[in-house]
Design a protein around this ligand. Sequence first.
Ligand code: MOS
Length: 732
Amino acid sequence: MKFDTPATTNPIDRLKVVGQPIHRIDGELKTSGQARYAYEWNDLDTPYAYGYPVGAAIAKGRIKIMEVAAARRAPGVLAVVTALDVGSLAKGEYNTANLFGGDKIQHYHQAIAVVVAETFEQARAAAALVDVEYAEEVGRFDLAAEQDAAVKPDDSQDPDTAVGNFDAAYNAAQFTLDETYTTPDQSHAMMEPHASIAAWQGEDLTLWTSSQMIDWWRSDLAKTLGIDKEKIHLMSPYIGGGFGGKLFLRADAVLAALGAKAANRPVKVALPRPLVMNNTTHRPATIQRIRIGAEPDGKITAIAHESWSGDLEGGVPETAVNQTRLLYAGAHRMTAMRLATLDLPEGNAMRAPGEAPGLMALEIAMDEMAEKLGMDPIQFRILNDTQVDPEKPERPFSQRDLIGCLTVGAERFGWSARGKPGSTRDGGWLVGMGVGAAFRNNLVMPSGARVKLDNAGVVTVETDMTDIGTGSYTIIAQTAAEMMGIAVDKVTVRLGDSRFPVSAGSGGQFGANSATSGVYAACVKLRGLIAQKLGFNSENAVFEDGKVRSGNRVVDLAEAAGPDGLVGEDKMEWGDLTKTHQQSTFGAHFVEVGVDMATGETRIRRMLAVCAAGRILNPITARSQVIGAMTMGAGGALLEELAVDTRRGFFVNHDLAGYEVPVHADIPHQDVIFMDEADPMSSPMKAKGVGELGLCGVSAAIANAIHNATGIRARHYPITLDKLIGGLPDVS
Ligand code: MOS
């Protein structure tokens, strides 16, 4: 099915099941420990062996000698596979660096060997005996030092945009701002580490893993191993978080496959936490310069956003200027991204790549500009709203209610009580409120599904879609239930298996809308087959209460299925509506903080997100996504930073003790409001994504609240107390 004209009324609009607050159908399996994650599969007869990876101890250079004799002799060792033994392996399409093989070291903790033994402890002990001699080369590890050497990425990255004459308009503006903001490298820090179990049967490989994108992984694993994709059966039905860190094939899968082949046993490999930080991807640090010119009435006349980030050779920029191309009006504008070569671990997508760090800068700049103009920051944003793509005014937004989010939020949060910077105290606390606009593009991806109706009236949905904790199982069950006119408990959902139709996968907040649209398409197919079998006109057949009705004929679905059942399979594909219309999601974040007058410690007191993101398929799972994202934004504002050792080229705080993320005690009352929307341009579901929107703008809202509390303008994340303490009022 191709979605190329705006949606009209369809069975989803009944909203008997879709849009209802249904608890996640996989919740009981998860809370009772029955949902098995990648490392936990144990249904093979052959005993498993354990693979322990060895990571490179240098950041750049070559392996000269790898001494593995002692490891091979160690107790319980079944095999040692080294990068030198396997030689150069092909790089996957979606990876920047090679995951394994050959003598070249591109980053610290690149996998260079895997030791396979009878037990995990034996494998780990033997891995410590591997002795490596390197030829080390000088690397580049410091973004600030490499900023001037950064280059314009190639045109496929769409690095530059310009409309009008920014310089002239900026120079002519009565009010101007020119500031630089920085965001650090961040880790996805998902709970479940990257893990895989590989088992070979002859030339056929079965892999249980933790992957957001089943088909990407399968293709890239086939390419890396040099085998036919059809020979790989990949499964990832439950995932303990990903946030983008599991979008692309990682070393655990390659090492498990090679280790299992060498040991002739099924092999489990989990990346130890330090390897998660340095072996896999991270969100790259940015340096962002923002200039805004405005007239005394508050209208923006000129806006520029430049961003610098780094990656390994052949890598990509962090697209931190994305939102500035679309969020605010202004006749004269420019954006630019520059990419430095860094020999740090591979940078790549982390939740809301581009917009998350971009808004950390832009939404402070907007707060600063409002202050210069003597305007309320909400009014300043409302005044500069645009209903068309400001770079291409012929393209309207499909739907855009940033103003609604700001005004509803202001009312609910009690914004009118906000005082002047540094003026509100509560005992030893300086108290302040801040706001940040939220923006994230709404992407769509082709997505397929297979829907089976059996002779008990049960519908089974199969798609390789993944559930990374987001609620995919539940919203897919709701979609099939609504389309087929049955209760949710009559739907079985099977996900994350390469034997099922290729789906959108989980990423870029495109999963919910795209994958349910694929299920919609398959259900339309199945409804047609049922109607055809019964001799009904599929246009006017009504599917309701477990029955299908046409005129005065009513047949139970179970009966319609017949003894063999019926199967509908289809795929949703997308036409030009994303080109004719700009599809984005909007929101507003409100935060109240207290800053300890003596120590500079910031505590968040209240948070509110208002989201305008199309139809909300399930208010419970959507709310949970936004709450999680707001929590991540709190981490980004106050805690999270991968500390770079700029001499040796690695992330030092490579565990969950040193890489700090918020815990329950850091997070106060959180509220989420969804605007009542349905976007007919987005899909037949009329839905969009919210999982990333919830993160966009939160950290800046916190920074702005800190400014309102203390009068201190922080422009460098995370805003730890050392960045505030020198500017606090004298309390002696
Ligand atoms: Mo998301 S960073 O595309 O998982």
